[in-house]
Design a protein around this ligand. Structure first.
Ligand code: 9Z3
Length: 326
């Protein structure tokens, strides 16, 4: 029964979601990255980040989007690297990116100045960084360059839901050989609904045809084959987002029960920056920042990553074999 469900999800993926042309190349890159870092004694985390785009036309003018800035994924990537992980960062094109996220509000041209101000400026060698911004830029640049030199971050982009689904499947298969050394941290906000390729109009929908009625199919639950089939030894964390706090924990527990993975990070849209609950089959741990911590710039992602990397360590130490929950 389970096998039939998995293969039907595979079939659906192939039939109804356009396969990105570069998926095999990306899979090879991810497999090489994972193997290289595992051999060097590092664990590997695959982070998904940002929202998915669901096109309404195949020559897309309009699309449905999912809310997510990508901040959680980008910040978490930095804390995972700090904790000794190598990171595959599967993110929505132009969503927040590790390290550069710190400068999102800065206009690059405001950060630069000419040394001379007498009207003769214009040589490239006259350009300097604004002194007020310099300390912060130097600090982040140092971290960024270390990560770059160590080859610790592999960025992969997606735009549409189809790209996300196929690239996540490729990632799961690419990380299969490293077994329990792999973590999946699925923070992307993924659409539950889509229009199958066979029902999608090719050209722009015409408003002259009157009001638009959309009928959307349910997106296959990719977590199911990921946990059972593609990466059965990996440590898998999904995220549950609600706007109604009263149903949050129930939904998180239900997800754990359905997919039999290791943890759900539950959060409410409005309070997600300061408060989450990490739900496992045995525990519910609330992580919350105090007002003072928020003022100091402490980020909740540091706590989430610390909680999950410890749990991952425990699992690797106590049970290095296959760990599919019954
Ligand atoms: C999350 O819940 C993430 O924490 C946020 C982060 C998207 C809220 P930002 O990117 O926000 O920092 O602005 N991600 C999962 C959202 C989601 O779509 N979950 C599905 C669900 O809740 C299950 S996979 O049903």
């Amino acid at each position: 029964m389970a096998e039939r469900r998995i293969s039907s999800i595979d079939g659906k993926l192939a039939e109804e979601f356009a396969i990105p042309s570069h998926v095999e190349d990306v899979k090879e890159k991810m497999a090489d990255f994972a193997m290289r870092h595992t051999e060097a004694g590092r664990r590997v985390v695959l982070i998904t980040s940002g929202g998915t785009k669901v096109p309404l036309e195949s020559r897309t003018v309009r699309f449905l989007d999912n809310f997510s800035s990508g901040r959680r994924g980008a910040a978490s990537a930095e804390y995972f690297i700090e904790s000794g992980y190598a990171v595959i960062f599967l993110h929505r094109h132009r969503s927040l990116y590790p390290y550069t996220r710190m400068f999102l509000t800065i206009n690059m041209l405001d950060a630069l100045q000419f040394k001379v101000t007498d009207g003769t400026a214009g040589n490239p060698s006259d350009v300097v960084v604004d002194q007020q911004m310099l300390p912060n830029i130097v600090k982040v640049l140092k971290q960024y360059q270390e990560v770059k030199e160590g080859g610790l971050l592999l960025p992969i982009e997606f735009n549409t839901l189809s790209e996300y689904l196929h690239l996540l499947k490729a990632a799961a298969q690419a990380l299969h050989p490293i077994g329990s050394k792999a973590m999946f941290y699925l923070a992307a906000a993924v659409s539950d609904f889509y229009i199958p390729a066979s029902e999608m109009p090719e050209h722009k929908i015409q408003s002259s045809n009157g009001p638009l009625q959309l009928s959307l199919n349910m997106v296959p639950k990719i977590l199911s084959p990921l946990v059972k089939d593609w990466a059965p030894q990996a440590f898998v964390i999904s995220f549950k987002l609600e706007t109604d706090e009263s149903i949050l924990l129930d939904r998180a527990c239900r997800a754990l029960d359905t997919y039999r993975h290791q943890a759900v990070v539950a959060n409410v849209l409005d309070s997600r920056r300061g408060q989450v609950v990490v739900v496992t089959p045995e525990t519910q741990v609330e992580l919350r920042l105090t007002e003072e911590e928020v003022q100091k710039g402490v980020e909740i992602e540091e706590r989430i990553v610390s909680n999950l990397t410890s749990a991952h360590t425990n699992v690797i130490l106590t049970d290095p074999g296959i760990r599919v929950r019954n």
